[in-house]
Design a protein around this ligand. Structure first.
Ligand SMILES: Cc1cc2nc3c(=O)[nH]c(=O)nc-3n(C[C@H](O)[C@H](O)[C@H](O)COP(=O)(O)O)c2cc1C
Length: 316
């Protein structure tokens, strides 16, 4: 066992290590438990929960590409009531921090979800999926507009006492501004980022890989983009940033910490190796110990980027 201290703090939560599951990739109950016990995670993030059940998009809705995955699941889930009655008890039993990811098509949907989950003691934090399309605003995702993104977070803040992670999208310019806007609206942390918009097709059949034609690109191919997004957010805000995108091994995860993140989420890579989320923390500890670094926190924001991100991180 290595002597490295991996624990990190996000708002009022103390995580035993900085590795979280990424929403939608770690199952809803016991699916992953045979490979990675949730107790090995710093926190377990649920798939996006919506007020009403959603059937999701037509198939095919997953498509493998050269360096990652395209998906257009369409937020399929059984709705809030089913989540509270059936999924949450399984998550609560797992001896880790439980984060419920929420999604909606209107600001009031997010507020209602937050209000109803506020009374659930098993929920330790809410992650707000701002990549959902805003049906009242031309279906553009909330995350692409700093005013709208802040409006959602403000509404969630007013409806809950729990820590809020605002999950941002890479599909926009001015990410630092958006990060600042959601921080100002009351977010306790930022998750950076969700999937990139992508397209795959077969030139012979002329058919796209997904029934919805475009979808969300994830996996190793997005890492440089996602890492830049996380770094941009970390420079812009004082709240913790949770990096997400393309992490395949412990070195990838440590790069996110150097870029200014307090923790990371791992998604697509766990489809190829379902035991990965559990392994990551152990491997991070050995890599840090081999460098004589005593804690994950020491690495946070140590990038030599001219305007040291560390100054902002140390003030947290
Ligand atoms: C199949 C699949 C389903 C996903 N479902 C959700 C979801 O329900 N809510 C959400 O916020 N993000 C969802 N994501 C995005 C991931 O949580 C993560 O942000 C993204 O995949 C980038 O990380 P990765 O490259 O490690 O997968 C999903 C990703 C995949 C691949």
């Amino acid at each position: 066992m290595s002597a490295c201290d991996l624990s990190v703090r996000i708002a009022s939560l103390v995580l035993r290590n900085p590795v979280l599951s990424a929403s939608g990739t770690y199952g809803h109950g016991l699916e992953m438990g045979v490979f990675t016990a949730a107790a090995e995670l710093g926190a377990w993030v649920s798939k996006t929960v919506t007020l009403e059940p959603r059937g999701g998009n037509p198939a095919p809705r997953i498509c493998e590409t050269e360096a990652g995955l395209l998906n257009s699941i369409g937020l399929e889930n059984r709705g809030l009531e089913h989540y509270i009655a059936h999924t949450l008890p399984l998550m609560a039993a797992a001896d880790t921090v439980v984060v419920t990811n929420i999604g909606g098509e209107r600001v009031q949907d997010f507020a209602e979800l937050a209000r109803r989950l506020d009374g659930e003691s098993a929920v330790d934090a809410l992650e707000v999926n701002l990549s959902c399309p805003n049906v009242q605003g031309g279906k553009l995702p909330f995350a692409t507009d700093r005013v709208l993104a802040a409006e959602v977070v403000r509404a969630v803040r007013a409806a809950t006492h729990k820590p809020i992670f605002a999950k941002l999208s890479p599909n926009t310019a001015g990410l630092g501004e958006i990060a600042r806007a959601v921080e100002g609206a009351g977010a306790d942390a930022i998750t950076a980022v969700n999937t990139l918009l992508g397209l795959a097709l077969d030139w012979r059949t002329r058919r796209p890989g997904l029934a919805t034609v475009q979808g969300g690109y994830s996996g190793p191919g997005i890492k440089p983009v996602a890492l830049r997004c996380a770094w941009e957010c970390a420079r812009a805000v004082r709240i913790p940033v949770i990096g997400c995108g393309g992490i395949q091994d412990a070195a990838d995860a440590l790069e996110y910490l150097v870029a200014g993140c307090t923790a990371v989420q791992v998604g697509t890579a766990s489809f190829a190796d379902p035991a990965l989320p559990g392994k990551l923390a152990r491997e991070m500890a050995s890599l840090l110990a081999a460098q004589g670094i005593g804690s994950a926190r020491e690495l946070c924001g140590t990038i030599h980027d001219g305007r040291e991100a560390r100054d902002a991180v140390q003030a947290r």
